[in-house]
Design a protein around this ligand. Structure first.
Ligand SMILES: Cc1cc2nc3c(=O)[nH]c(=O)nc-3n(C[C@H](O)[C@H](O)[C@H](O)COP(=O)(O)O)c2cc1C
Length: 254
């Protein structure tokens, strides 16, 4: 493995950060790496909010990280330049949102890799989506049009090394050579057993022990017990509302 591949393999989520400060020079390296990511039409349709205020970092949104980077899909800079040059402002729509999200996520993952290469640990979180999103716009002074906080990268040094490294699926169902192939019943059965296999560490690390709770399989616990945003109807409604308000979800096709 070369150093880049080793760095990528070292990535893991950290939930408890120490007090050790990330230096300004390292932060600068991380941010400069993030903006090297590929982006559609040379738009860089994102903004990165660097959170350094300790009182904000200590809230549950940011897991006590030393610094946090909130990656937002954002077309304001582009719209403001258009306005400045007296060009019509491009309207928001779902395609802009998807393309902007792609730019944003590529920058975020690049930041995580750059941080790890400097031995700075990280945690991706969508905690801001669990909060009252309107309050988050106020907290971060986000523009109320064409901007959406997509993902947060918490950064810092781990207080203790996690004892377990999460596993990943690698083969069937993930990588499709040539064309997409749905899993066979045999392959589905194998995956269910793989999730049950503690050594593979594929499932969530949870304080609830599925096997002690009478579940036959980890995935039986997961499908019935794990709360997801998607299952929360009022959260889905809040997302629709906010994406409509900021101009990324339009009812009339453009
Ligand atoms: C979109 C996204 C949202 C996440 N949100 C949270 C979160 O809110 N809280 C958390 O503890 N971990 C969160 N994670 C981290 C994942 O739980 C973690 O990456 C996963 O458990 C795998 O662990 P590993 O990164 O250590 O391999 C998130 C990761 C992603 C990509």
């Amino acid at each position: 493995m070369n150093e880049t591949i080793k760095t990528i393999h070292r990535l893991r989520s950290i939930h408890k950060f120490s007090n050790k400060e990330i230096s300004n020079s390292d932060l600068k390296i991380i941010l400069e790496a993030a903006v090297c990511a590929a982006n559609a039409s040379a738009r860089q349709s994102y903004s990165i909010i660097v959170v350094e205020d300790r009182t904000i970092l200590e809230t549950s949104h940011f897991y006590g990280a030393n610094k946090a980077l909130v990656f937002c899909v954002d077309y304001n800079r582009i719209a403001d330049i258009a306005k400045y040059l007296n060009h019509p402002i491009e309207s928001g729509n779902i395609i802009r949102f998807i393309t902007g999200s792609t730019d944003t996520i590529l920058a975020a993952q690049t930041a995580a890799i750059a941080a790890q290469s400097l031995n700075i640990d990280s945690l991706f979180t969508n905690s801001l989506h669990r909060a009252n999103i309107t309050e988050i716009y106020k907290l971060l002074n986000l523009p109320d049009k064409y901007c959406f906080p997509l993902i947060t990268l918490c950064l810092g040094y781990s207080e203790t090394e996690p004892t377990r490294k999460k596993g990943r699926l690698r083969n069937s169902g993930i990588i499709h050579h040539g064309k997409y192939q749905k899993l066979t019943t045999e392959e589905l059965k194998k995956l269910v057993n793989d999730y049950d296999n503690e050594e593979k560490q594929l499932g969530l690390i949870s304080s609830e022990k599925w096997s002690e709770m009478g579940f036959k399989h980890y995935l039986d616990w997961f499908y019935t017990k794990w709360p997801t945003l998607a299952m929360n109807k009022s959260k889905v409604e809040e997302f629709h509302k906010i994406l409509r308000k900021v101009g990324f979800l339009t009812s009339i096709p453009i």
